[in-house]
Design a protein around this ligand. Structure first.
Ligand SMILES: C[S@@+](CC[C@H](N)C(=O)[O-])C[C@H]1O[C@@H](n2cnc3c(N)ncnc32)[C@H](O)[C@@H]1O
Length: 203
């Protein structure tokens, strides 16, 4: 068993990080389309950006004014910086960081369950990262209702992976103060529950 940061740093060294763009892009497209449909000139953070592929994509949108990627893996951030000189990237634990200026949209794909207390991370993002009226949108494939995902901590030998239900994740958003909380599943198929997407707006 190893920490999530060490496991994902090893993924960069073996090139496995590139598979995440392929595997996550359909869910991320759904999340970004929902979250940006009414936005003009928005600022953006990808929380747990990995190699930065979402930052590189969104910065091309004419309505995106600025984009930041934050990740705890030095290898991921080094790769992201090497591929992009427009977006800004920071290597830090998400719980220990806050942007100099709050932003309109925070996005995160397959990251929040790697935290001991994801409810505290959601509260930190609510208070310190997002402008009033701005949005957090999160996607995860590891959750209680998605039974095939339950073997991942063992399969990937990752020390922290927290399993919560859709209702519990939506509850974390509501307890942090988010309004207009919505959740849905993207890409549900047979046994596979799909990506659980949860979003809410800062009041
Ligand atoms: C499954 S990857 C997802 C990466 C990216 N969102 C994507 O879809 O390609 C999870 C990412 O979360 C990062 N991560 C895990 N725990 C973290 C923490 N405490 N602080 C910052 N980043 C963290 C890992 O380094 C890794 O890059």
């Amino acid at each position: 068993m190893d920490t999530p940061i060490n496991v994902f740093s090893n993924w960069v060294r073996s090139g496995k990080d590139e598979g995440m763009e392929k595997n996550h892009s359909s869910s991320v497209k759904d999340m970004i389309a929902f979250a940006t449909k009414e936005l003009k000139n928005f600022s953006f953070i990808d929380a747990g950006c990995g190699n930065g592929w979402v930052v590189r994509d969104i910065i091309k949108e004419p309505s995106c004014a600025s984009a930041i990627g934050v990740d705890g893996s030095a290898d991921m951030i080094k790769k992201a910086k090497g591929l992009d000189d427009i977006g800004s990237y920071y290597c830090t634990d998400l719980m220990a960081w806050e942007p100099k200026q709050k932003v309109d949209l925070v996005h995160s794909m397959e990251v929040f369950y790697y935290f001991e207390k994801p409810d505290l991370l959601i509260e930190h993002i609510y208070k310190n990262w997002i402008e009033p009226g701005g949005r957090l949108i999160m996607g995860i494939d590891f959750y209680t209702e998605n039974i095939p995902s339950h073997s991942w901590p063992k399969d990937c030998a990752i020390s922290i992976m927290q399993l919560f239900s859709e209702k519990e994740w939506a509850g974390f958003f509501k307890s942090a103060g988010f309004g207009e909380v919505k959740s849905w599943r993207h890409g549900k198929k047979d046994e596979w529950g799909g990506t659980l997407i949860v979003t809410g707006k800062v009041k």
